[in-house]
Design a protein around this ligand. Sequence first.
Ligand code: DC
Length: 221
Amino acid sequence: MSAESGSVVVAMDGPSGSGKSSTARGVAARLGLRYLDTGAQFRAMTVWMLRHHVDLSDPEAVAAAADRPELASGTDPRHPTICVDGEDVAESIRSDETTRSVSAVASVPAVRKRLLELQRSIIGAGGIVVEGRDIGSVVAPDADVKIYLTADSAARAARRTAEQRGADVAATEADLQRRDRIDSTRAAAPLTIPDDAVHIDTTPYTLAEVIDQVVALVRES
Ligand code: DC
């Protein structure tokens, strides 16, 4: 199996709250692979745009700025990092303002093109679990294992609310649905289930059970 040769690429896609990040990190840690959170890169790009007062309602303004931020992703699954222009932005990428704004930035083709190049350079010779929305379809169409995770909308909202102390479940569910709609219907690299992906609905399972299922699929590959 390619996991032992260290060159395996695992693509993990799905909407927010599906358990993607925890699963991807857990699988990477278990198998001694690197981990890349591409959502964090779109969020970091958004933090930079907000700080530089780029008008996010103007796709041309966003496109014109897309090459300016210097982004760096650390790929240790036990301690992933994300920096913009040398600054650690791990907290700012999770702010409400960033979460509200990121879909507008992620729908601009110039942003996706810039990040696609960065993502492919990080994937390099493999040995990595990559999570996002378009990994199996666009970023790594030749990935050895493609997983598509979902969970029902109420379960996703409950998980996200638990992560963001004090958040309101109904408002979180409405925001998840709004972002899913934008992410699934945008023209550039929409969230889709690749034909060759294994679809896992995580609603009835614990995190440990989902990690076990994915580790087994990687070992079989
Ligand atoms: O997974 P997340 O919530 O951190 O992702 C943040 C946003 O980035 C989400 O609205 C969709 C977008 N995204 C994307 O378009 N393509 C990816 N590969 C990863 C994330």
